[in-house]
Design a protein around this ligand. Structure first.
Ligand code: ADP
Ligand code: MG
Length: 742
């Protein structure tokens, strides 16, 4: 059934050709027990390797069941080995970290035997070779003779018709050798057995045919016993390894050598934590860089603030506010958010101190003040600024307890009540840009709302067919409200008379339009009185004719009606900054146009920080690459001891691809275990079960997505390591690797 016709094997080594054997002719059939002898270097091993498809040949033809094999490619050779060959080696070539059972099971898993079948088969064959009671023993603990019997069991387990054994007793004492050979003989009836040995006497009683080799040639081929002629061929049935088996073996390989597992896990732990800390450090830097900055449009630059408008710039309804409040990450909502960005002036008459800044709700103040006391009365407020600020460092005693008039910086002269600064809070948040905060009670909010309304509105007057546009800095024809003026009426200065036909404006209709980017409102009032220097105070109840002359006074309710109190723009403050992008998306899905205030900040030194960021990014990438190589080399050294394992499973019938998959599963298992251990550790830190504030601080800068990114980088690195390792391992043929490592 196996026939060699003029077969030669040459070795090419660095340009030098040498011969393994030349022009060998022989035919083997089932039932034979063939012994090959000959001195060392005569070509016995080479011949066996060619016969078992581990090695190629260069000349002649080898037939298996009359089928030519010289054209075989690697995959076909693999099939040939799987179908026909069981190998036994001088060095046993077992997996030492596996038990006896697992070693025999291995070959059946690789050849895709059915699960039910495997157990019975392994156990019955272990009984046959007399190793049943050692089935749970690790192979490393067995004697040489026992090991070789395991190897025989393994070679026979998959029922290959040809058993090839290269000096199977070479490493055994004579008693074990006899025992092994007997075992082999007993259980290999009806097969073709080809044994190479130095010691012919040991095998003599089983031999049916003797072949002697010398200098690469068969010099003697002698029939010792007649064998049966009509043994029918039963080839081993085999399939590819199923995924389940691969996972089973991969997991077994992960854990069966604990020190190896722990070492690789340590390397991965180092890799994962270095990666994560570098990554979060980068994120932190990026975040801090973004935080400091200024903005010409928004005074409240809280990084948790999102400004929203309807896509069509329409009024935001109560329903929509309710929807927003229902979102997960909303801390609070400021519906009329112009208030947040509208600067107000607090003016102290006696010391002529002018403090300008924006207001925040007192109810949102947390903690305690640094100087003075917390507000109690309705007109008491807190002043917030940098500790190093001039006013706070040198004038806090004058500021504390002093009365300040609130004033609109965009509408000079209109005072709107007086307040007392009773507490000072240090905060670097307001540093560098002359920007202060005031925590104020709700009463100020309605005043500042009016300031904002005025600031973003412009009046247009229509009088006697002419249009006028008063400016806020000029009192002439500027509209103001005054309690003394009845509804629907207006008081004007006599200086205005010449604007009107007939030299008087009395009883003329004045049309006032308020133009705003969002809306337009207008009213008609009738001019009923005009004031002069003498009548100004009695008519309006105000002092200061000179500063105010020219103003048009109308009733507060009329004034109020020029403003639409609906909200076209609001601001949302999120609880968790990490989730701000998600909240942003949710708001967009609700039909809002959004603006993250943190993204609008302009940095002082944009150029330098950009350069810094790029340097940091490069450092991160270089670190990843360096780490990859360190890890790769450490893991390679650790895995080196596993070369023999992968060679063995390939000789047993696993393809390159399957072997690599086993390695993948092993490394991926370790990666996942270490990464999720690390995540578990971070969770404990996050929930304060382990107290490490430095790590906790870093964690605030990374989001779930970032953990996923780091995970993917790790998986990618694992893949790279496994491919590189597999490539260097499988570059050579299985036999060559085997020869090198043994
Ligand atoms: P044996 O098993 O009978 O001792 P081998 O089959 O190992 O002999 O070797 C036969 C010949 O082939 C020897 O001359 C040996 O030097 C040569 N040979 C074996 N393996 C290689 C190899 N990998 N490269 C080059 N020459 C080899
Ligand atoms: Mg040899």
């Amino acid at each position: 059934m196996l026939k060699l016709k003029d077969v030669s094997k040459f070795y090419y080594n660095k340009g030098i050709i040498s011969s393994g054997f030349t022009k060998v002719n022989a035919e083997f059939k089932l039932g034979e027990f063939v012994v090959i002898t000959g001195e060392s270097g005569s070509g016995k091993s080479t011949l066996l390797n060619v016969l078992s498809g581990i090695d190629s040949y260069e000349e002649g033809e080898m037939y298996i069941n009359s089928e030519e094999t010289s054209h075989y490619l690697e995959a076909q050779s693999e099939n040939y080995r799987k179908k026909y060959i069981g190998n036994i080696f001088q060095n046993f070539n077992l997996v030492n970290s596996y038990t006896v059972y697992q070693n025999v099971e291995l070959v059946l898993l690789i050849n895709g035997y059915k699960k039910k079948e495997i157990k019975n088969k392994v156990l019955s064959i272990l009984k046959e070779v007399g190793l049943y009671r050692f089935r749970k023993t690790k192979v490393a603990k067995l004697s040489g003779g026992q090991k070789q019997r395991v190897a025989i069991a393994r070679a026979l387990a998959k029922e290959s018709p040809i058993i090839v054994a290269d000096e199977p007793t070479g490493n055994l004492d004579s008693r074990s050798a006899a025992n092994v050979l007997e075992t082999l003989y007993k259980i290999s009836k009806n097969k073709l057995v080809i044994i190479v040995t130095h010691n012919y006497e040991q095998v003599e009683k089983y031999v049916t045919r003797k072949i002697k080799m010398h200098d690469g040639k068969i010099v003697e081929d002698k029939l010792i016993k007649k064998t049966l002629n009509d043994i029918s061929l039963v080839t081993s049935q085999y399939q590819n390894m199923s995924l389940l088996y691969k996972v089973k073996l991969g997991l077994r390989n992960t854990f069966n050598i604990m020190p190896k597992f722990l070492l690789i896990a340590l390397v991965y732990l180092f890799m994962a934590s270095a990666l994560l800390s570098q990554y979060s450090g980068f994120k932190k830097l990026e975040y801090e860089e973004n935080k400091i900055g200024y903005n010409n449009y928004f005074k409240n630059t809280d990084d948790k603030r999102i400004i929203i408008q309807k896509n069509d710039k329409s009024v935001i309804s109560e329903d929509e506010y309710a929807q927003i409040n229902n979102l997960d990450n909303i801390d609070y909502l400021v519906d009329d958010d112009l208030v947040l960005d509208n600067e107000v002036l607090f003016v102290n008459e006696t010391s002529s101190l002018h403090l300008s800044g924006t207001i925040k709700e007192l109810s949102k103040f947390s903690g305690n003040v640094d100087l003075g006391k917390m507000p109690k009365a309705d007109n008491e407020i807190i002043f917030v600024g940098s500790k190093n600020d001039y006013y706070i460092a040198y004038q806090s005693s004058e500021i504390l307890g002093a009365k300040f008039e609130i004033e609109n910086p965009y509408n000079y002269g209109v005072r709107a009540g007086s307040y007392k600064i009773v507490g000072i809070k240090y905060s670097e948040e307001s540093n560098g840009y002359g920007q202060y905060f005031f925590y104020t009670p709700d009463s100020i909010f309605s005043i500042v709302k009016k300031f904002a309304d005025e600031r973003y509105s412009s009046f247009e007057l229509l009088l006697s067919g002419k249009i006028y546009k008063p400016e806020y800095w000029n009192s002439y024809m500027k509209i103001e409200f005054n309690d003394n003026v009845p509804k629907g009426k207006a008081y004007v200065s006599t200086d205005m008379n010449y604007e009107c036909s007939g030299g008087t404006c009395i009883s003329k209709t004045l049309n006032i339009t308020n133009n705003n980017i969002y809306y337009e409102k207008n009213i008609d009032v009738k001019i009923t009185k005009s004031y002069t220097k003498n009548t100004f105070t009695s008519l309006t109840g105000l002092k200061g004719y000179n500063e105010n002359n020219g103003k048009i006074y109308i009733n507060p309710e009329d004034y109020e009606s020029l403003f639409n109190r609906s909200n076209f723009q609001s601001s949302v403050f999120v609880k968790n900054i990490k989730l701000i992008d998600k909240t942003n998306l949710e708001l967009e899905n609700l039909g809002f146009k959004t603006l993250l205030v943190k993204d609008t900040l302009v940095n002082w030194n944009e150029g330098t920080s950009q350069a810094l960021r790029i340097i940091q990014l490069v450092v991160t990438i270089v670190l990843i690459i360096v780490m990859f190589f360190i890890s790769y080399f450490i893991i390679k050294v650790i895995l080196k001891s596993r070369n023999i394992y992968f060679t063995t499973i390939r000789i047993l019938g696993a393809s390159k691809k399957e072997s690599k998959q086993l390695l993948d599963i092993e490394l991926l298992t370790i990666t996942n275990i270490t990464y999720f251990l690390l995540i578990g550790f971070l969770l404990l830190v996050n929930y304060n079960i382990i107290n490490l504030s430095y790590i906790k601080d870093l964690m605030t800068y990374i989001r779930i997505m970032d953990y996923v990114i780091v995970y993917l980088i790790l998986i990618f690195m694992t893949q790279l390591i496994s491919s590189k390792f597999a490539k260097s391992l499988f570059k050579k043929s299985a036999m060559k690797t085997f020869n090198e490592v043994v």
